[in-house]
Ligand binder design. Structure first.
Ligand SMILES: Nc1ncnc2c1ncn2[C@@H]1O[C@H](COP(=O)(O)OP(=O)(O)OP(=O)(O)O)[C@@H](O)[C@H]1O
Ligand SMILES: [Mg+2]
Length: 396
């Protein structure tokens, strides 16, 4: 599919755009050396009815032709993000704005700069199509899937990032992962992202009043999902309140089919605020006595406080038949069946260090099977047919 269309006879610029996309933006690029401004429809005939998201009017397209094409597309395809390559002098910018051009790129831009700009253009395309499609007060809300565990280091972030990447295949651009481990979150490193904006921006008053502003603070990940990463310093986390979190998750659930939330270990206030917004809670324990006991106590407290979300998924991570414990031991201690088991795997440990979740690179590994089973639990097709199998015994 051609997500990007470039019009230019300039092969050097074409090569730089291709390099920019190879840096991690999914979706193909189709280049046309020339489009007749008197007949823009021809372009779309050549695209075989595909609807591109971003149109780049590249170097060596005469300015009058570029402005004319942009004006026509602005009327016919208002969601399309049109980017013009040229020098941004003020008089010209005004003309470009009037023609509906969304951004201007220097002809000398390097691939990294081009990539950032194209990412932004995709985000603004997604915002426009989404605002057009959704936005009635009764619009259905997305699933909010929180990943929790009383003990640290049991694999919450690994599981949350894989759920998000896995769901990105079910609902491309319909998934956002939010890092609510505000002090020491590592979703950014788990997804190899260097975000410009974080939760700090997303809870600012401008974003909490306007979901389009909020969307501009999300970072696009190559697996067709959005990410909202933790603040850059632990100090910033102090300014984020449980009320902020409640509002943030409400807004995201209105905009996305899936909101995946990674959390800090334990039951901190921020985590409890998130839990209250969750439709689904994924409870993670490793196969060791302290984390299993921790989960039992955590679930007991939450049950007493009546804070458990409707749908529960218990995940036994780093499962190992040589651990000296059986699944039955785990289940009888926590007082709930284990729904999914994910074996201990070198590929998973390696994927954390690379910043590429195992479900992203499609490798074969025993842990991948467990993670896929977990992702399937959020697929509408599975939910519709498999309610009876919601809690079936697993084998390690
Ligand atoms: N199934 C697995 N097999 C092998 N290693 C794993 C597995 N799951 C997670 N790990 C590794 O365990 C380490 C901790 O995982 P992760 O960061 O996901 O845990 P966490 O619960 O988010 O930790 P924290 O509580 O500190 O946020 C990582 O290095 C990760 O690669
Ligand atoms: Mg973590």
């Amino acid at each position: 599919m051609s997500r990007f269309v470039l019009i230019t006879p300039n092969t050097d610029f074409d090569a730089r755009v291709r390099q920019a996309l190879a840096g991690g933006l999914p979706g193909g690029l189709q280049t046309f050396a020339f489009v007749d401004p008197a007949n823009p429809a021809e372009l779309f005939t050549n695209l075989n009815q595909e609807r591109p998201e971003v149109l780049i009017l590249g170097p060596d397209v005469p300015v009058e032709d570029a402005l004319r094409l942009a004006t026509v597309f602005d009327v016919q395809l208002p969601e399309l993000s049109v980017v013009l390559v040229g020098e941004a002098d003020p008089a010209f910018v005004l003309l470009a704005m009037r023609a509906g051009i969304r951004d201007i790129l220097s002809p000398a831009a390097e691939p990294a700069e081009i990539r950032v700009l194209l990412e932004r253009a995709c985000q603004s395309y997604a915002s426009r199509t989404r605002t057009a499609a959704v936005k009635s007060p009764n619009a259905p809300k997305g699933l909010v899937i929180g990943v929790f565990s009383p003990k640290g280091g049991v694999g919450k972030t690994t599981i949350a990032t894989n759920i998000a990447v896995g769901l990105g295949k079910v609902a491309p651009m319909g998934v956002v992962i939010v890092d609510l481990d505000l002090q020491f979150g590592d979703v950014a490193s788990g997804l190899y992202l260097n975000p410009e904006h974080t939760v700090t921006d997303a809870v600012s008053s401008s974003a909490s009043q306007d979901s389009l502003v909020l969307k501009a603070f999300l970072t696009v990940h190559p697996s067709n999902i959005y990410a909202l990463c933790a603040p850059k310093t632990p100090v910033e986390a102090d300014d984020i309140t449980p009320q902020h979190v409640t509002r943030l998750l409400e807004q995201l659930a209105e905009q996305f089919q899936y909101v995946v939330v990674d959390t800090a270990p334990g039951l901190p206030e921020i985590g409890l605020a998130a839990l209250e917004q969750c439709t689904d809670a994924v409870w993670v324990t490793a196969m060791d006595v302290p984390s299993i006991r921790g989960l039992r106590s955590g679930l007991e407290i939450l049950r007493r406080l009546d804070l458990l979300p409707e749908t529960r998924h218990v995940v036994l991570n780093m499962a190992d038949s040589k651990s000296g414990l059986s699944v039955q031991d785990v289940e009888s201690t926590i007082g709930a069946p284990v729904d999914v088991s994910i074996p201990r795997s070198k590929a998973v440990a390696f994927s954390t260090n690379r910043g590429v979740p195992v479900l992203q690179d499609g490798r074969k590994d025993p842990a991948v099977k467990g993670l896929r089973q977990l992702v399937a639990r959020f697929d509408p097709a599975w939910r519709a047919t498999a309610q009876k199998k919601l809690h079936r015994r697993v084998v390690v």
